[in-house]
Design a binder for this molecule. Structure first.
Ligand code: GLA
Length: 661
């Protein structure tokens, strides 16, 4: 019987990171042992990129070096998260199987010299991946150090080669049944694209102008299924030999071309990697965005932060350092929202190679450094939080997420390039985070009745079933906000005719969108409540809905911009433009009031993050992080696990984990 808990085996929360000892030698390994003890590391991810050493030539495995490291870690009290190395095939593999290299949409076949140089649909790659997963499992499946299996690394690489074309055709046949159905779904009657034999059908390769949107959407779905199949093959090969939990590390929000809801269902423990995209408070908000999404993918179960950087913030084209204290604040930001610990990429900073400038737990400067001192503080903090293991987080509000809607907003030919899917989800989450509210993400087709408020920021694509589910949610007493361009297309990427959105949703929202009117890049459109919209506007008719704010410019003057419809026992709200930050924040506050939803801990000043974790037996812990500039008095003094004393206030930058009575 596979146990889904990593923490049971560790006896507390997890702390550690990717460990790549093959970059170093004996004296450094000895120092690693000592430093891991000092930092209280209890879990190391091993072997992620070790294929070339584990299988130096096809079919010949060399495990002796890995045996020694795993035994050494075990002797030092460090459990192992053992990876299959299939994200980085070695050069011999490329030369033996050139057809297994990835091909870009323009037909360029990439070569080795980096990582992720494989095509997921190439039979040679798939069988090599299964073989090495099986060989590792046979050897280490019941090793006492083994706590977790880590299949692959951040599945996501795309390919457009002939293997992919053949697999895509097979998938399309199964989905559509006939060429007639495929032609109808993809709208090939337009631009003379009709397919008369399956062999004519290709992946969306480079072409003259807009690619067919239906083809692009189906390709994403196909690729997602291919990733899940590849993961399952390795997982099942491992399970033959091992009863330890199996995972693959997810990367949010947009890197992986996969439906994360479906992939996450296959994982024994959901794990994910996080690197903030901007510094300061934005990084803290991004941490919460990531953690709330991962917890939701885990269906509320405890999950594990598989990677973060000790000092890495990806700010577009440069990598910024974290400020002192941020390592702990980000770590607790994840743990507050359900992570069973925190791991980093990587333990020791490489002295050579592609990621030699990526931060690590032991930096180039060595242990006498700010970074390592903070690492030991984080390790000490995590060691004090063992009693949180297995506790969960509940949220009164859900933001809807559906990979189909994301992909539908990434096709060619949309009326605006600014309908950014993840940006819209981020804006909704940020406004709720600013309000202190804990947020789940949910799929539009799932049961939503437990949420007081549901927000659909970018559900451009909505299936009939999804629209009906949302209608029922409102009818049953829920408060729903649908934002601009919501439900404009169905799950075949066909426009809704007779006015947007989908019929059941028009009923719940009491509106009908007649015309969309994208705005110019910097254009603003003023609304009667003093806020303004950007990106998009719509001409809509409100049947039974009240107009809460109207446009005040141009042909839309006096036409509804924001509406509310009392429907059944609930309310359906529709916002037909992208509101500016302050306007959107005010709208979210109003919705929270109307829906009777509020912050985790009322009464805290802005900038103090608070999330409560609940154990099944009723125990509770409140994680507090002060991102603000002032010392904050706590409403109820309580025992702080981090200091072992009663906390009464929280200085700027400080954290506390309060055991609640
Ligand atoms: C990803 C990978 C790691 C490493 C980090 C760098 O998350 O999984 O191998 O490359 O990015 O930030």
């Amino acid at each position: 019987m596979t146990t889904r808990s990593v923490t049971d085996r560790l006896g507390g929360l997890a702390f550690g990171g990717d460990y790549n000892p093959e970059q170093w030698d004996e004296p450094v390994w000895k120092e690693d042992d000592e430093l891991m003890r000092r930092a209280r590391v209890n879990l190391a991810t091993v072997g992620v990129f070790s294929w070339a050493l584990l299988e130096p030539e096809e079919g010949r495995y060399d495990f002796a070096w890995l045996d020694a490291h795993i035994d050494r870690l075990h002797g030092n009290g460090v459990a192992v998260d053992l990876a299959t190395p299939t994200a980085s095939p070695p050069p011999w593999f490329t030369l033996a199987h050139p057809d297994a290299l990835p091909v870009t949409p323009d037909g360029t076949r990439l070569t080795h010299g980096s990582r992720d140089t494989y095509c997921l649909t190439a039979p040679a790659y798939r069988s090599a991946a299964r073989r090495i997963a099986s060989a590792l499992a046979e050897r280490y499946g019941d090793h006492p150090a083994l706590a977790l299996w880590h299949v692959h690394n951040e599945y996501g690489t795309l390919c457009h080669c002939d293997h992919t074309a053949a697999a895509f055709r097979g998938w399309l046949r199964a989905r559509h049944g006939s060429l007639d159905a495929l032609n109808d779904t993809w709208g090939t009657a337009f631009w003379s694209q009709c397919y008369t034999s399956w062999e004519q059908v290709l992946p969306p390769r480079a072409t003259q102008w807009h690619k067919n949107p239906g083809q692009a959407l189906d390709f994403h779905r196909f690729w997602s299924d291919e990733i899940i199949a590849a993961y399952r093959e390795q997982r099942d090969a491992i399970r033959v030999h091992s009863d330890r939990p199996v995972t693959t590390n997810l990367m949010l929000p947009g890197y992986q071309n996969v439906d994360l809801w479906s992939l996450a269902r296959e994982l024994d423990v959901v794990t994910s990697d996080h690197y903030p995209g901007s510094p300061g408070l934005d990084a803290a908000a991004d941490t919460a965005f990531h953690a709330d999404r991962t917890r939701s993918l885990a269906d509320g179960s405890p999950w594990l932060l598989m990677e973060q950087g000790t000092s890495t913030v990806y700010d577009r084209d440069r990598v910024l350092a974290k400020e002192p204290g941020e390592m702990l604040r980000h770590t607790l930001g994840h743990i507050a929202r359900g992570s069973e610990g925190a791991l980093f990429f990587q333990w020791r900073q490489s002295r050579a190679g592609a990621e030699m400038w990526h931060s690590a737990m032991v930096p180039h400067a060595g242990p006498d450094s700010r970074i390592f001192r903070e690492v030991t503080q984080v390790g000490d903090a995590i060691a004090r939080l063992g009693e949180l293991a297995g506790s969960t987080v509940s949220a009164p509000v859900a933001v809807l997420h559906d990979a189909d809607a994301w992909w539908a907003l990434s096709v060619d030919g949309l009326p605006s390039p600014d309908l950014g899917y993840h940006e819209a989800l981020g804006q909704a989450h940020r406004a709720l985070w600013d309000a202190g509210v804990t947020v789940d993400f949910a799929h539009p087709g799932q049961e939503l009745g437990r949420y007081r408020l549901v927000i659909a920021p970018a559900l451009f694509l909505m299936s009939d079933a999804g629209a009906e589910n949302l209608r029922r949610y409102v009818e049953g007493g829920g408060t729903l906000l649908v934002q601009h361009a919501g439900g404009f297309v169905d799950d075949r990427l066909h426009a809704r005719l007779g006015g947007y959105p989908a019929g059941p949703l028009r009923e719940a929202l009491g509106i009908r969108v007649e015309e969309y009117r994208p705005l110019r890049r910097e254009e603003r459109i003023a609304l009667s409540d003093g806020s303004y919209g950007t990106v998009w506007s719509e001409s809509l008719r409100s049947g039974n809905a009240e107009t809460l704010a109207a446009y005040t410019q141009g042909m839309l003057t006096d036409r509804p911009a924001l509406t509310r419809h009392r429907y059944g026992a609930g309310q359906g709200w529709y916002l037909s433009t992208r509101l500016n930050g302050a306007g959107y924040g005010a709208l979210i506050h109003r919705l929270l009031d109307e829906a009777g939803a509020g912050p985790d801990t009322p009464g805290l000043p802005a900038g103090v993050e608070a999330v409560t974790r609940h154990a099944p037996d009723g125990r509770r812990w409140q994680v507090l992080i002060n991102h603000g500039p002032d010392t904050v008095s706590l409403p109820e003094p309580a025992h702080d696990l981090l200091t072992g004393t009663t906390a009464r206030d929280l200085p700027p930058g400080a954290c506390a984990v309060l055991r609640k009575p």
